[in-house]
Design a protein around this ligand. Sequence first.
Ligand SMILES: O=C(O)C(=O)C[C@]1(C(=O)O)C=C[C@@H](O)C=C1
Length: 373
Amino acid sequence: MKEHPLSRYRQEIDELDMRILDLLNRRMRLVQEVGRIKAQLGLDTFDPGREEAVCKRLVENNSGPLSDASVRAIYREILAASRTLQQPLKVAFLGPHWTYSHLAAISVFGHTAHYMPQATLVDVFDILGKKLAHVAVVPIENSLEGGIGQTMDLLYERTVRVVGECYLEVAHCLCSTAPDVKAIRKIYAHPHAVGQCRRWLSENLRGVEIFECASTARAAQSAAADPQSAAICNTKAAENHGLHIVAERIEDHPGNTTRFIVLGLKDNAPTGDDKTSLLFAVADKPGALYKVLESFTHYGLNMTRIESRPNRVHPWQYLFFADIAGHEQDEIVRAALNEASERTTFLKVLGSYPRANPLNPIRFDVERARFGG
Ligand SMILES: O=C(O)C(=O)C[C@]1(C(=O)O)C=C[C@@H](O)C=C1
């Protein structure tokens, strides 16, 4: 009988898979050993600097055809499986499941972490502060809407460390159990999502009543219970509530991205490509802010963000949130921070962490195709 043209390839793929599985298990046995030593030494299971070094080394040596993004995505799950063997990592985020915060958390910690959805951002900070979660993932700024005020206020008030960041593309879909757009009489959506899809809604669903929900995931839940309705949500929320996608990418501005930060309670070691987040206040006198900024320019440090926020304790005074290139332990960053602290009335370093690339955000619809949900 003639051999099927695929069988030779499939046989070799099966053999390679067995070898990959064997290698993964050998890696996991070493990881278990590392876990035992870390427990004896009282070290944290999660080491973001080491994880970034592992991924960076692989990407730098990747000769293809696997894309660098695929290498990172595969290793995200391998590292998640490693941590799960050592001690499942408890990750708090603003819930319910399948919010954009949840997707951001999965993009950093993989599918096998222990996810702990919280009702409010205050609860997210509280559960981390009480050490009931190891890390938390919170939104800090959006490319269209700017800073997330409540997160900024909590960073000022609480003692937590910023240990990581990630950029997530916010791609909205119209999802429903209804067969098509003509059957839709109601829309459930988060107010931000409505704002970001205004043009599409007026062209396609003009006059249809909109019900505001606390999150995109709640919107999906409500649409699932009402066959004449639709939700504006992400593809994962739709999938998990049994909705199908009526229209994809309905946001007015493609490239809508949210930056999330990972919070922990311990500092990161330098990786060689880090960012440091800080917040400060200055005296009410001419040139005070300029003088602080000069401290960073003086040492040639790039400032990637600066944003002001009203000081809620002292009305009409302002706090400045800034990100600079480099790690708190780098000599020039230390020198710049020393100089800046003499020119501020208050300065708090929030943490140093591996830098993520804003121009290459995580795209969940692409991830979905790779991982099959
Ligand atoms: O090297 C370590 O510290 C490990 O625990 C191993 C490992 C890995 O799988 O490579 C797992 C978890 C850490 O966050 C970093 C790396």
